[in-house]
Design a protein around this ligand. Structure first.
Ligand SMILES: Cc1cc2nc3c(=O)[nH]c(=O)nc-3n(C[C@H](O)[C@H](O)[C@H](O)COP(=O)(O)O)c2cc1C
Length: 452
């Protein structure tokens, strides 16, 4: 049975000791972030701040480590990729909710809209202001009407206006660009506080024709229940805690940023479009959500890693079925450093796979291919392959002027370059045998158990 909503997931975290209440008053400005950073450094729990100076509770750090991600998926490290790829292969369409939607128990429109009533933290003194960082945007392609859901940050400019940022290669950014070009309005909705499978489905890479509600249904094993928003025809998850409905205003550009980002660096401030809020709807005792992004590993990275790895693996396997596994490393922000394990079927295939990975929507800077005997989640093993299965002149190449990964602080504008490393053994050529003491695995040595 999937988690019905955020609350069901919170109960499960609480039972596992992965969610703790902070009962004393805590300031939204900086102190929430300090608490999250401290808990994360101690590999501690997610935190629920009740006394945050607003009428709503704030939960944060939900996906702060892989343990909690696995609780969300109800999976283990051994089953997780299979769990996600099976869901991608078996999408389930959404249904309209039968009866009133919990997310619309309270409807606030017009002059009553006031974003400052929400517990939106300011994470760092360098940030441009308070940021909604755990919001999931629902938007539609203006041509096809296909809905997309994805995580996007929003800066609070004032009580009714938010600053918007989407990378141009992300679907919300593409939808905004199309709407501007077609001179049509773009409605959106920020969804806050949902069951974890909706949250993780945002990061599944499926291409622009994917209806993400089907992906979320596949991950849940049951349809997502949707309801129509109150100021647009968009459909939003009925069991969410909050929905902030908005219209993008690209004529009213305001300074957005800085914000500490997934790369580990602050993104500089710049003029960006705004989102004019048209309604806030929520549950009666709604719980807001915070999320700290920054130098890996943060919630941002944990949210991306499982869905990115499973879905990019699926994409590449369609062309290269002998790819056995793929890792998108946390230290590379779960974006720019990809390691692939594969057995080449013909000369040059590893290089083809590298080029295909470079062309994925990750925009990676480094793609390494190794043989399947290398543990791709162990960086020493990968370095061993790079050390002794590579002739640098032949096996390392640079593709110039590739599109940069979003928010990479060290690029030539939107351009970067990508390094491919074929660290597989040469195809069809005898290669020295790996020296290992034969039979050690089954050797009986009880003394080492006693020494532990
Ligand atoms: C917590 C979090 C915050 C994010 N914020 C942004 C953002 O502000 N802008 C952006 O372009 N991508 C952001 N991303 C990345 C996109 O949500 C993500 O890569 C997603 O797959 C969007 O791509 P798609 O809708 O094109 O599939 C964020 C990811 C996470 C996990």
């Amino acid at each position: 049975m999937p988690y019905k909503d955020l609350r069901a997931f919170l109960s499960s975290l609480r039972q596992s000791g992965e969610l703790v209440d902070v009962t004393r008053p805590i300031a939204l400005q900086y102190d929430v972030a300090k608490a999250l950073a401290k808990s994360s450094a101690a590999d501690g729990p997610a935190l629920l701040f009740e006394q945050n100076g607003t009428e709503f509770s704030l939960v944060a750090g939900l996906y702060g480590n892989r343990r909690r991600a696995l609780i969300a998926f109800e999976a283990t490290d051994a089953t997780i990729h299979e769990r996600v790829t099976a869901a991608i292969d078996n999408p389930i369409g959404p249904v309209d909710i039968n009866g009133p939607a919990p997310c619309q128990e309270v409807i606030v429109t017009g002059d009553d809209i006031d974003l400052t009533r929400l517990p939106v933290p300011t994470y760092s003194p360098r940030d441009g202001g308070p940021y909604i960082t755990a919001g999931i945007v629902v938007s539609e392609d203006p041509d096809t009407g296909i809905p997309d859901i994805g995580n996007y940050r929003f800066q609070l400019h004032d009580s009714k206006v938010l600053g918007v940022f989407s990378a141009p290669n992300h679907r919300f950014g593409k939808n905004m660009a199309k709407a501007i070009e077609r001179k049509v309005p773009l409605h959106g909705a920020i969804v806050i506080g949902v069951d974890p499978m909706i949250a993780f489905s945002c990061q599944v890479q499926g291409g622009d024709a994917t209806n993400d509600w089907f992906v979320a249904g596949g991950l849940r094993g049951e349809p997502v229940e949707l309801v129509q928003a109150v100021t647009s025809t968009l459909k939003v998850p009925a069991h969410a805690e909050f929905i902030i409905e908005f219209m993008v205003d690209s004529d009213d550009q305001r300074v957005e940023g800085p914000l500490g980002e997934y790369t580990g660096y602050y993104t500089p401030a710049s003029l960006k479009p705004t989102a004019k809020v048209t309604a806030i709807t929520h549950r009666k005792d709604a719980i807001f959500q915070g999320l700290l992004t920054g130098k890996p590993i943060t919630e941002n990275h944990v949210l991306k890693q499982i869905p990115f790895e499973a879905s990019i693996l699926r994409q590449l396997q369609a062309q290269f079925p002998t790819i056995s596994d793929l890792s998108i490393t946390s230290s590379g922000g779960v974006q720019v450093y990809v390691v692939i394990a594969m057995t080449s079927r013909y000369e040059g295939e590893a290089r083809q796979a590298i080029l295909a990975a470079m062309a994925s929507n990750l925009h990676p800077k480094w793609v390494v291919v190794v043989d399947p005997d290398i543990d791709i989640r162990n960086s020493s093993e990968v370095e061993w392959a790079k050390s002794f299965r590579v002739k640098p002149r032949e096996d390392v190449f640079v593709v110039d002027r590739t599109a940069a990964a979003p928010l990479d602080p060290y690029t030539d504008g939107g351009y970067s370059s990508s390094v491919g490393i074929d660290a597989t053994k040469p195809f069809g050529v005898d290669f020295p045998e790996v020296s290992e003491v034969p039979g050690w695995r089954s050797f009986d040595l009880p003394e080492i158990i006693r020494s532990k």
